[in-house]
Ligand binder design. Structure first.
Ligand code: NAD
Length: 327
């Protein structure tokens, strides 16, 4: 599993010494570059690679241009690529590092809450190709440096986006739930980020390739993905997951007597949406098309209690009632 380090950029030099790379390049995007690139270059002496910010650039064209640049730079498989940015950058950096010369060294420095608690952890890489994340690899980075300081420049909407995933971890794990309910204000503490990462690491350690246990991380995502897609991706991932968590909580209420009020309370605390902006039948149709649906049958992560979920095939009518309940 990857080595996750918490701290500032001054943690990087010893990490680099340990890897002793032939060359070091840092990939970042046009928003993060003016904020955090300079201090990182100072301590690493890396060569910068800057791509335009935005999900629309998470594609094979960007990857090809990066392969070309690495080749020109004389990058070898003993060289280190560092991805500095949100999930778009960490996903691309991971994909490029895993494919260039059959795999280079890789370090990630996630700078959004979503990337810190989710995208940069667990070894999934990828780009969009006729669909979201259609092309990708599993590639575990040599290190992930989580610098809490970088969250200080994050726009509030991006922070809320990450909070959707944080609330998911709170349902999966009692200690995250405790931290989150006790949090003053809406900014995540370093301790909270650390706990969320620990939850993901524990799950991924058991199941890197998503055959079994890792599916619990899809809590809120079955409906969430459908909602995101129906909004034509105008609704941010974390916001769609928030509504998806409400749907899951209502399925949990019907099947196990779970209290959806617990989820709603947390989502409201972080000003995340709790109501479905689409027709339940449209969401249901979309859910059946999802790449994780099983021959049109819907496998759902159902909250049983805080810290306890069940992964099971759920009857369509139960899901329909849950969707109606959050309409
Ligand atoms: N690999 C995985 O397991 C995994 C898991 C979840 C999500 N993802 C992927 O992650 C992506 C979403 O990640 P995201 O929400 O971080 O999006 P993002 O990378 O687009 O970042 C969001 C915005 O914040 C900006 N930004 C980043 N850090 C900043 C900072 N510190 N200060 C100011 N602005 C900053 C970015 O430039 C961008 O405009 C999606 O492509 C998704 O598929 C991957």
């Amino acid at each position: 599993m990857e080595k996750v380090i918490f701290g500032g950029f001054s943690e990087l030099p010893p990490l680099l010494s340990a890897l002793s790379p032939y060359k070091v390049a840092v990939l970042t995007d046009s928003n993060v570059a003016p904020l955090w690139l300079e201090p990182l270059l100072e301590v690493t002496g890396a060569e910068p690679l800057i791509i335009p910010a935005g999900e629309e650039h998470k594609n094979v064209n960007t990857v090809v241009s990066l392969w070309e640049k690495l080749q020109k730079m004389g990058f070898t498989r003993k060289s280190l690529l560092i991805g500095l940015g949100g999930g778009v950058v960490t996903d691309i950096a991971g994909f490029v590092a895993s494919t260039y010369m059959r795999g280079t060294l890789l370090g990630l420095v996630p700078t959004t809450l979503l990337a810190q608690v989710d995208a940069a952890i667990g070894g999934k890489t990828g780009v969009n190709f006729n669909g979201k994340n259609m092309i990708g690899t599993f590639y575990v980075p040599d290190f992930v440096l989580v610098s809490h300081e970088t969250l200080s420049t994050l726009p509030p909407e991006e922070l809320m986006n990450g909070m959707g995933e944080v609330v998911k971890y709170a349902i999966l794990d009692r200690s995250v739930y405790k931290l989150l309910t006790g949090l003053h204000g809406t900014s995540p503490t370093e301790g909270l980020v650390r706990e969320c990462i620990n939850v993901k690491l524990r799950v991924v350690m058991e199941d890197l390739r998503e055959g079994g246990r890792r599916r619990v991380l899809n809590l809120g995502h079955t409906a969430g993905h459908a909602i995101e897609k129906l909004s034509d991706y105008s609704l941010k991932h974390g916001f769609a997951v928030a509504i998806g968590l409400m749907v899951a909580a209502n399925v949990g209420e019907e099947l196990y007597g779970f209290d959806p009020g617990k989820v709603e309370e947390l989502l409201r605390k972080f000003n995340l949406p709790t109501r479905l902006p689409f027709e339940p039948s449209d969401v249901l149709g979309e859910m059946k098309l999802d790449k994780k649906a099983w021959y049109g049958r819907i496998v759902f992560v159902v909250p049983v209690d805080i810290g306890d979920v069940s992964v099971e095939e759920v009857d369509e009518e139960v899901i329909r009632r849950a969707l109606e309940a959050v309409r």
